[in-house]
Design a protein around this ligand. Structure first.
Ligand SMILES: [Zn+2]
Length: 279
């Protein structure tokens, strides 16, 4: 299984942002190589390629709660606290910004029947039906790829390709993989310390044999990437480079189906730009 996705590779942004382009240039060939290996292992197999592959990408409303520009007084990378009521609705608070889905929760707040979630704020990205939210044309995709659109609910973010950050809803990816007998998942793409990490951890918690292809990922910063790698290691996720994929593939158990997850997340690229602007 090959699963790609996230906020990355926003087509329209590639050409005119040199730093964005260089990041994509660095990670894309490795991603393409992984995909080519998994899906087209031999010329003969190209005709009968049945290995499943998935791509996930963010799909946000224009006023998504994760966007810094809907939170007056805040900037990208600030961390805020969001409050949700017992119906999983976002409560109107000082931190809910102008998110259109926020509701009045005064009664529940008074009874302490709410739960809170930390949210990092990002530059606006991957807005529904915006041409810039499309995957870059140069990424190899096929008509039968399974696409996961995540973060489409305005009031809650979704780093993982399996669940939103509050675990209110699943994306259906687990059912999709399970229905195809997938037992092993390879995760790659952007960003290592957010979408790749949370997808890999969720896959592990759901019982998959999980590999992260480290050289086909990038973190939002070296220190954050290092922390993510430690966390993944400690959670039993296997870390490999793309040159080791073939070896892992050969080791598969009889009858098991290999799933490759490739996450391409543009947020990391946009984040770097925003950081530069604020320096
Ligand atoms: Zn997002």
């Amino acid at each position: 299984m090959f699963l790609a996705g996230g906020l990355s590779a926003c087509r329209a942004r590639t050409g005119n942002r040199p730093d964005h382009q260089s990041d994509q240039t660095r990670s894309r060939p490795t991603l393409q190589n992984c995909r080519t290996f998994f899906f087209f292992p031999s010329p003969e197999a190209r005709e009968t390629n049945t290995r499943p592959k998935c791509l996930s990408k963010d799909w946000h409303c224009p006023d998504h709660v994760s966007f810094a520009n809907i939170h007056p007084g805040h900037k990208p990378f600030d961390v805020i606290t969001l409050t949700y009521n017992s119906k999983n609705e976002l409560c109107k608070t000082d931190e809910s910004g102008t998110c259109p889905d926020a509701v009045d929760c005064r009664a529940e707040l008074a009874w302490n029947e709410t739960r809170q979630l930390q949210q990092t704020l990002w530059p606006a990205h991957c807005i529904i039906n915006d041409p810039e939210s499309e995957l870059d044309d140069s990424l190899l995709t096929k008509e039968d790829d399974h696409f996961v659109l995540k973060g489409s609910r305005c009031s809650v973010d979704s780093y993982s390709a399996f669940f939103d950050n509050a675990r209110f809803e699943s994306t259906g990816l687990h059912d999709h993989l399970r229905g195809r007998g997938i037992t092993r998942v390879f995760v790659a793409g952007l960003a290592l310390d957010y979408c790749v990490k949370y997808t890999a951890l969720d896959a592990k918690s759901l019982g998959y044999d999980v590999y992260v292809v480290v050289d086909a990922t990038r973190g939002t910063s070296p220190s954050s990437a290092e922390r993510a790698i430690e966390e993944l290691k400690n959670s039993g996720v296997r870390l490999i480079n793309s040159s080791e994929i073939e070896k892992c593939f050969k080791k598969k158990k009889n009858g098991s189906v290999v799933a490759v997850t490739l996450l391409l997340v543009a947020a990391a690229l946009l984040v770097r730009r925003a950081k530069k602007r604020t320096q």
